[in-house]
Design a protein around this ligand. Structure first.
Ligand code: NAP
Length: 262
């Protein structure tokens, strides 16, 4: 039986990754901060699907969090066949008005922890000549986004890093795949979490289900794709970004975000 490690397993898209993988017979390592909730999910999924779940509570914003998580899985003798770097934070608002510490935390979780975990587990995977890595970026990665400024920049990092890594792993014939998942607006707590500054209101028709997004991410990763953008309209949006200069995109996005953020 293969084992998947999912960060941000307690909610939203991460929880859907866990449900889908449990249904496909994967053992799971569930990672996030809310330990009690992870134990509840672990108990539900192992009872329903007869899989083994391991809970490792971790705050990925803490120094050396990725190294400690890696060591914890080593100590428990757990081999990670599928790594899903999903945990992420969003802060909406005008750059200078947002709390600097909160922005630093977002950069740490969205980029540093993801990169360190990828490095640690990719080393193990390449030594075994097999493994899958799914890094959750965003449609926000494709253009500069005023009022989601740093968030979009962190996701541009994840997209660029993962696409280049995909090429490296393939060219070296490692048997390991890396995929960037770029969801558009997805119906999770992230869309109206009061901790993340201003609320962005988007028409309900623009929201995808977390289950759809997770399913498409897993399938693309198992097929060894470099990038996956769930939904035709999101794929068209990403394609359109190639037709305009970055500052034109920033001006269009700035108008949309200022109008729809409160
Ligand atoms: N929702 C969207 O519209 C959307 C669109 C594009 C991309 N995404 C990306 O999709 C991913 C999942 O987002 P979501 O929409 O599912 O959000 P969510 O429902 O808010 O879930 C976020 C998850 O990340 C975990 N997390 C947050 N901070 C953490 C930390 N410091 N250490 C460990 N875990 C932490 C949370 O668990 P705990 O609170 O238990 O720690 C939670 O499980 C993110 O990377 C996000 O940027 C979302």
């Amino acid at each position: 039986m293969s084992t998947a490690l999912v960060t941000g397993a307690s909610d939203g898209i991460g929880l859907e990754f866990c449900k889908i993988l449990a249904g496909r017979g994967y053992n799971l390592i569930l990672v996030s901060r809310r330990e009690a909730l992870l134990h509840q999910i672990s108990s539900d999924l192992s009872t329903e699907h007869g899989i083994q779940c391991t809970v490792i509570a971790a705050d990925l914003a803490k120094p050396k969090a990725a190294q400690k998580l890696f060591e914890a899985t080593q100590q428990k003798g757990l081999q990670v066949d599928f790594l899903i770097n999903n945990a992420g934070l969003l802060h909406n608002g005008f750059f200078t008005e947002l709390d600097l510490k909160a922005q630093e935390t977002m950069m740490t979780v969205n980029m540093l922890a993801l990169t360190s975990l990828t490095h640690l587990y990719a080393n193990d995977m390449t030594a075994r000549n097999s493994g899958h890595i799914l890094n959750v970026a965003s449609l926000a990665a494709w253009a500069p986004l005023p009022n989601q400024n740093i968030y979009a920049a962190t996701k541009a990092f994840v997209l660029s890093f993962t696409q280049a890594l995909h090429n490296e792993l393939k060219a070296a014939d490692t048997g390991v795949t890396a995929t960037a998942l770029c969801p558009g607006y997805t119906d999770t707590r992230m869309m109206d979490n009061p901790d993340q500054g201003a609320k962005l209101t988007v028409p309900a028709g623009m929201l995808q289900s977390a289950q759809d997004v997770a399913e498409q991410g897993i399938n693309a990763c198992l097929k060894g794709k470099a990038t996956v953008i769930p939904g035709i309209s999101n794929r068209m949006t990403a394609w359109i970004t190639h037709l305009f200069p970055k500052m034109t995109l920033a001006n269009i996005a700035g108008r949309f975000y200022r109008k729809n953020m409160a």
